[in-house]
Design a protein. Structure first.
Length: 273
């Protein structure tokens, strides 16, 4: 990673994975190292027990989000994870479309506690076991639109910008005040910067309300060296923000300000100087 954070922004990586059991060194040294590199916190998405264990070990550097198997989960399970300290719930791999009423009690449980619902959107690159039964159409951004209408107070993040339905994801996040999105994963940064510039600043005119809904995230695996791949995602976001001529206040929101508000964090504010 770069030795100095570009433009001194203190970033929150809004979507990471990893097991703290894989890390054998000093947790305090790890956190100091990551913060020197410009990462003030990371949203860790794992099974609830793993996410909470990471938060206990690495302190407020970790924002724990519990991943649940939604076709086997219940509102009671969601209540348990949120009561235990998770800041949100990750939904992924539904056997039916996200918007079906059978899942509404799960969303209601998150909404009732004022937590964040993170949805995997778009293509899911797992092909083992029952993952072979997953239809990626069930996870496209259009499904999130109906949930947003039914639960207008539920704060939602569409992970991976509904790849390959990029335009659909833009429309859903732009249209619904409670829907946010990230460009995490390995595909978005491989697309043309021209496409992203026209998404957030069509014909050179910045759509501030759209960019305000974007969250920096990498989808990398922490604690085992996967952090070494985060700089590529930082550079991608930097290029995007430069391409749309984003002002400092919006850059600060993308790098961490919006995530801090969503997850109710009390971290120091990002600097735009």
């Amino acid at each position: 990673m770069p030795g100095k954070a570009r433009r001194n922004f203190s970033r929150i990586d809004g979507h990471v994975h990893g097991n703290p059991a894989d890390f054998k060194g000093s947790a305090a040294d790890y956190v100091r190292k990551m913060r020197r590199l410009g990462l003030s916190a990371a949203v860790l998405i794992e099974e609830g027990a793993v996410a909470l264990a990471a938060a206990r070990r690495f302190g407020d550097f970790i924002i724990p989000v519990a991943r649940v198997r939604m076709d086997r989960s219940s509102p009671a399970e969601i209540d348990r994870w949120l009561a235990a300290g998770c800041r949100g719930i990750k939904f992924i791999a539904p056997l039916r479309p996200y918007s079906e009423k059978r899942y509404w009690p799960l969303y209601r449980a998150v909404d009732r506690r004022g937590a964040v619902a993170v949805f995997h959107t778009g293509y899911l690159g797992l092909d083992a076991g029952e993952m072979r039964l997953i239809n990626m159409q069930h996870m496209r951004a259009a499904e999130i639109d109906l949930i947003a209408r039914r639960f207008p107070g539920l704060r939602m993040v569409m992970a991976h910008f509904s790849n390959p339905w990029w335009e659909e994801a833009w429309k859903v996040s732009w249209s619904n005040p409670n829907v946010y999105a990230d460009l995490s994963g390995g595909t978005a940064l491989r697309r043309s910067m021209l496409m992203w510039r026209e998404t957030f600043a069509p014909n050179g005119e910045l759509m501030e309300n759209s960019l305000r809904k974007l969250i920096f995230a990498s989808d990398k695996v922490y604690f085992n060296g996967g952090e070494s791949r985060v700089p590529a995602h930082i550079e991608f976001y930097e290029k995007l923000l430069d391409a749309v001529k984003a002002p400092p206040d919006l850059r600060a929101r993308v790098w961490g300000g919006t995530a801090r508000e969503l997850f109710g964090l009390k971290l120091r504010a990002e600097s735009a100087t």
